[in-house]
Design a protein around this ligand. Structure first.
Ligand SMILES: Nc1ncnc2c1ncn2[C@@H]1O[C@H](COP(=O)(O)OP(=O)(O)O)[C@@H](O)[C@H]1O
Ligand SMILES: [Mg+2]
Length: 346
């Protein structure tokens, strides 16, 4: 059991590359924190500083209230799971899982008890005598998890652990990891560039951009109230529609927000309406359908409106076709406003 606290953590690599520019995050005991952001935004660097695999340029990392900046990775009581699994190819599954415990001089019978218990939890019992190359991708990933769990660490760190798996397996493993993390109650930090994975896994979601935290909080709160245009377009798929607001741009007839440069609404928050059917404080756009994307339970209409490209989600099969002209309406309570620097205006 442990808390993880980052205070104004910075990392400058040689050559003056500022990878992490002052990040503060407090993770409560037993919670799963997800760091999400585009490639190169500093997620792995931050994770490696928590792990002790990378020096901290300034700021502090604390585990369980104790600053660990000067403590080596093996003494931090953390376990890390990587994208490429990092299994020893010549060792059987059993030995891969036992390796860390043997290194610490854990008694043989205790190693055996812990490896078998963990293998049971992860349904790996029948695979203990195999070598990594005799396993599927999902099984390998499970062994990598097992190797972390068997050590009974205070903190789990995951760096894009599912990126090498196909979409279906990724979905299954996501659910498994979530259930496992919940039942073990081990404080975890999970890095991904996949916003869906981030949304579904996180107790605490941290959206990163260029070495800084754009927004941190409950995933649905972030979805409903993105703090910036960056977050608005990164979280949610298809992303939020963002249009220039105000003079010459898109705006409702009344109730436009002072100082707003951008107006946004989510694809599912727009309705197809009849002409003249919208309240004055709603955003009403004349749109021309450019493409229709049916995905089964819903369809996405890609439209040209107010000089921009917008996406509207409709449930089921869309009646519209390319070339159709529609009126798209987003109600006042569904509108998001951002200033010229992209920050939310409330
Ligand atoms: N060892 C290193 N030396 C110099 N620059 C690095 C090193 N590792 C990462 N970087 C740079 O730091 C930035 C953040 O990288 P990284 O933490 O790997 O991002 P992410 O995991 O979000 O993709 C990138 O610009 C990357 O090129
Ligand atoms: Mg990375």
């Amino acid at each position: 059991m442990a808390t993880v606290d980052l205070k104004d953590v910075r990392k400058t690599y040689p050559g003056n590359v500022e990878a992490v520019k002052g990040v503060s995050i407090a993770i409560a005991d037993g919670k799963l924190c997800v760091l999400v952001g585009p490639s190169g935004c500093g997620k792995s660097t931050l994770l490696r500083m928590i792990a002790g695999l990378e020096t901290i340029t300034s700021g502090t990392v604390s585990i369980d209230g104790k600053v660990v900046n000067a403590i080596g990775p093996t003494d931090r009581d953390i376990a890390m799971v990587f994208q490429n699994y990092a299994l020893y190819p010549h060792m059987k599954v059993y030995d891969n899982m036992a390796y860390g415990l043997r290194n610490r001089g854990t008694p043989k019978d205790e190693i055996d008890r812990r490896v078998r218990a963990t293998a049971k939890t992860l349904e790996l019992e029948h695979l203990l005598e195999r070598r990594p190359r005799e396993l599927s991708g999902g099984q390998r990933q499970r062994v990598a998890m097992g190797r972390a769990i068997v050590r009974n660490p205070k903190v789990f760190l995951f760096d894009e652990p599912l990126s090498n798996l196909d979409a279906k397996l990724r979905g299954q493993m996501r659910v498994e990891i979530k259930n496992l993390q919940r039942s073990l109650g081990v404080t975890s930090v999970y890095v991904t560039h996949d916003q869906l994975e981030a949304m579904t896994l996180a107790d605490l979601l941290v959206v990163m951009n260029a070495g800084t935290v754009e927004q941190a909080g409950n995933p649905l709160d972030i979805y409903e109230k993105p703090a910036s245009t960056f977050v608005a377009s990164f979280i949610g798929a298809p992303p939020m529609n963002l249009l220039p607001a105000g003079q010459g741009g898109a705006a409702p007839a009344s109730g436009a927000r002072e100082g707003a440069a951008t107006i946004g609404f989510r694809p599912e928050d727009a309705e197809i309406a009849n002409a003249g059917d919208a309240p004055a404080d709603a955003l009403a756009l004349d749109a021309e359908v450019e493409a229709v994307e049916p995905v089964g339970a819903e369809s996405f209409l890609y439209c040209a409106a107010a000089g921009s490209r917008i996406v509207v989600r409709v449930s089921g099969r869309a009646a519209a076709q390319p070339g159709d002209r529609l009126r798209v309406v987003a109600r006042a309570e569904k509108l998001h406003w951002f200033d010229a620097s992209g920050r939310r205006v409330d």
